[in-house]
Design a protein around this ligand. Structure first.
Ligand code: BGC
Length: 756
């Protein structure tokens, strides 16, 4: 009986064909593999983050130096700086038997030292060239500091603003998310991975991490395959198509199997269906966490992860400490370990580390490549394009450069919350506060400042959010004293600019919220400012869509700035004073209230669709809320206005595998030059599985001078009409299609065509 148990996993392995996923064989790698002991191969599958001796990272992995010498480490993260990286590589090259260089990883999520806006903000630019260049700049800085492998892009689709990590992704839409995924991979990896200015990218977190139940981080995910394939998986696949070098598994389970040990996900889908040739790394201790998920002890879960196709174990050392035993007991094969090791060695080969292990250790580079004027200028530009003008009451914006401005709010003179969450390589102290930025851009403006309120008065919330430093300082003065000071400060002003919203660590990892409104302390301040009768501009910081129905209904203007990064204050001033006319558009719908979540533009019609702004009994709606979001996907205003007209399709009838060109005119009808993100939505009128009401299928960012008209053409390819049907076949079906074009997902100008 015992024997059968031992043989069974091996039989299953052979039958399910793990070994059949072809991996390119590089002679240099094969020669090395042939010399390696089982222990040395297992060593390559181990990723550690050291502390003390050779690194500044948090002290979590022990005896790292000794392990490198013993050939027990494939890569490190949390080590940076050319000297430190050289030191680490030297330990591997000079002291380990086979002299295999290390991968040096890092989380460079929105810039290395020149931090640019959080990804949800960058996505709001809808500017693929800008996004690619931002990633390229991050790669240039990070490689100058010794990093050759980045844990980005994070492409998890999320329709749940409670989830703190919505800040790290591109929002709710798979089409836009796929375009961004590709742009980021291109930016990080360039054309040649062995170039010392490019680094290997990691698409993460495979998969569906953004769909955790109730928006609670690390929670379970349960989703139909049809929904996965159509709405959540495309951005991961897009990154694979763009040639991403590695993939990271997610913490959540999928169909009851944690992603890290999920063979369907890692081997069948990622490698076999999508043709991924790189290596797969776990998330931080996500191998070990399979025990808490309920799948067995460390040896069992490590074997499961390897057999599922995982190549590298991040920090947990489950592979390092149990795989040999599992080979001896017949639970994994040495062949499976060799395959994983081959993938990791291949990555090192692609990075050129075998030719020169010190190629990322050039001490002359940091000064030349990091935090340069050029990079800071780029970060400022990216930030300006990420801002979304949500409301411009009485066209109070842009402000005059000689205005009397009362600047108030807990984030108005703050450095700690400018960068945003998950910018571990950035230094908040280098960021430009809003007060400083306004003075830089408008030296003639008369600016007075008062804090007015704390970010929150909830000490427990502040304590929980403050894990990464003192980002939520609570003033010792009473709320009343602070408010009185702000009101006094505003008395002689032409306009009040209130810089309010979330602290950086109110969003991000392990920062889910059940309430996503502006904190109470600040609401009081905003209400009081609105009551002064003066023009009020809210500059709103957040790492997620917020519920701001109340503030929206006040007589205030609202500029959403996310967390803008190192150039925060300057970029905000550029937009407030009109040096840049805002062009950002939301990439996730903003709900009116938490009860509407999940809410997104590509929802289905249902069998009982309700009218948008009116209640009807026995329709799909709520007794106590509208069904529409407060701000739809794609929404964002400009200081000018745009008018869409003259839509036409070049063919009224098409056959399978044909595309359609959709043309229309856009006119700048306002008083400023400006950029507009023109968007195209498609509706498949009849098909075998219920279609979304509409889906984004094209966009362009168009610059129009005041009064100018341009004709825009967006091509819908044959693939744009396709979807995954119940059999998970990618097909298009005959029938009528509607296209809508405009400046947000409520676009009304439409045309139709038929697929025969
Ligand atoms: C996060 C990953 C990150 C890793 C390493 C994890 O907690 O989920 O996104 O890459 O830590 O820092």
């Amino acid at each position: 009986m015992i024997k059968i148990y031992k043989i069974l996993p091996l039989l299953l392995l052979t039958l399910t064909g793990l070994n059949s996923v072809a991996q390119e064989k590089i002679p240099e790698v094969e020669a090395l593999l042939s010399k390696m002991t089982l222990e040395e191969k297992i060593g390559q599958l181990n990723l550690l983050t050291p502390g003390g001796g050779i690194a500044t990272g948090s002290v979590v992995s022990e005896n790292v130096e000794a392990k490198i010498k013993a050939g027990q480490v494939g890569g490190l993260f949390g080590v940076s700086g050319p000297e430190k990286v050289r030191q680490a590589q030297e330990i591997a090259i000079k002291n380990s038997r086979l002299k295999i260089p290390l991968l040096i990883g890092s989380d460079i999520i929105h810039g290395y030292k020149t931090t640019y806006p959080i990804p949800l903000g960058v996505a709001s630019s809808w500017n693929m060239e800008l996004i690619e260049n931002a990633a390229k700049m991050a790669a240039k800085e990070a490689t100058a500091d010794g990093i050759n492998w980045n844990f980005s892009p994070m492409v998890d689709i999320s329709r749940d603003a409670r989830w703190g990590r919505i800040s790290e992704g591109s929002g709710e839409d798979a089409f836009l998310g796929s375009a961004i995924a590709k742009a980021m991979v291109r930016g990080y990896q360039g054309k040649d991975l062995s170039d010392a200015y490019t680094m290997m990218a990691t698409v993460k977190h495979l998969a569906l991490y953004g769909a955790v139940e109730a928006g609670r981080d690390y929670n379970s995910v349960d989703m139909s395959k049809v929904k996965m394939y159509n709405q959540y998986l495309p951005p991961y696949q897009a990154a694979v198509d763009a040639g991403v070098g590695s993939a990271m598994t997610s913490f959540n389970d999928i169909d009851g199997i944690p992603a890290t040990g999920n063979k369907w996900l890692i081997t069948d889908l990622l490698r076999k269906q999508w043709g991924f040739k790189g290596f797969v790394v776990s998330d931080y201790t996500s191998v070990n966490e399979m025990t808490a998920h309920g799948l067995g002890d460390l040896q069992a879960v490590s074997a499961q992860a390897l057999n599922a196709g995982l190549d590298m174990d991040m920090v947990g050392e489950g592979f390092l400490t149990t795989l040999k035993k599992s080979v001896e007991e017949g639970k994994v094969t040495e062949e499976a370990i060799t395959i994983a090791c081959r993938r990791i060695l291949t990555a090192k080969h692609q990075l050129g580390l075998f030719d020169d292990p010190y190629k990322y250790s050039d001490t002359s580079r940091p000064k030349k490549d990091i935090l340069t004027v050029e990079n800071r200028t780029a970060a400022r530009k990216i930030a300006t394009q990420s801002f979304v003008l949500l409301k411009n009451e009485n066209n109070v914006l842009p402000l005059k450069k000689d205005a009397k401005i009362a600047l108030v709010g807990p984030l108005a003179n703050d450095k700690n919350n400018m960068l945003g969450t998950w910018a571990p390589t950035g230094d908040p102290q280098l960021s430009i506060p809003v007060l400083e930025g306004l003075k830089n851009v408008a030296p003639k403006a008369k600016i007075t400042y008062a804090k007015g309120a704390n970010i929150t008065n909830d000490t427990e919330l502040a304590k929980r959010a403050n894990v990464f430093g003192l980002r939520v300082d609570i003033d010792k003065r009473t709320p009343e004293t602070m408010l009185a000071e702000a009101l006094k400060n505003s008395e002689n002003a032409d306009v009040i600019v209130a810089v309010v919203g979330e602290a950086s660590e109110f969003a991000g990892e392990a920062a889910s919220r059940t309430e996503i409104s502006i904190p109470q302390s600040q609401k009081k301040l905003i209400n009081a400012l609105a009551e002064t009768g003066k023009p009020v501009v809210l500059v709103l910081f957040s790492g997620r869509p917020l519920t701001i129905s109340h503030e929206f209904n006040l007589p205030v203007s609202i500029l959403q700035v996310w967390n803008p990064g190192i150039e925060a204050g300057n970029a905000i001033a550029d937009v407030l004073f009109g040096d840049y006319n805002p062009s950002g558009k939301l990439t996730a719908s903003w709900p009116r209230n938490v009860g509407q979540i999940p809410i997104y533009h590509s929802m289905k019609n249902t069998g009982r669709p309700a009218p948008t702004h009116q209640f009807e009994k026995f329709k799909s709606n709520y007794l106590d809320s509208e069904i529409s979001p407060l701000f739809p996907f794609g929404y964002g205003l400009s200081y000018t206005t745009f008018e869409y007209s003259s839509i036409a399709v070049d063919k009224k009838k098409i056959t399978q595998n044909e595309g359609v060109n959709v043309s229309f005119s856009v006119k700048n009808t306002g008083n400023y030059d400006g950029e507009e993100v023109v968007q195209l939505y498609l509706k498949d009128e009849v098909r075998s599985i219920t279609p979304p009401k509409r889906q984004l299928k094209g966009f362009k960012k168009v610059f129009l001078k005041k009064g100018e008209t341009k004709t825009v053409t967006i091509t819908l390819s044959a693939d744009d009409l396709k979807f995954y049907n119940s059999e998970l076949e990618f097909v298009s079906e005959p029938g009528k299609f509607m296209v809508f074009v405009g400046g947000n997902s409520n676009a009304e100008l439409s045309a139709e065509f038929e697929l025969e």
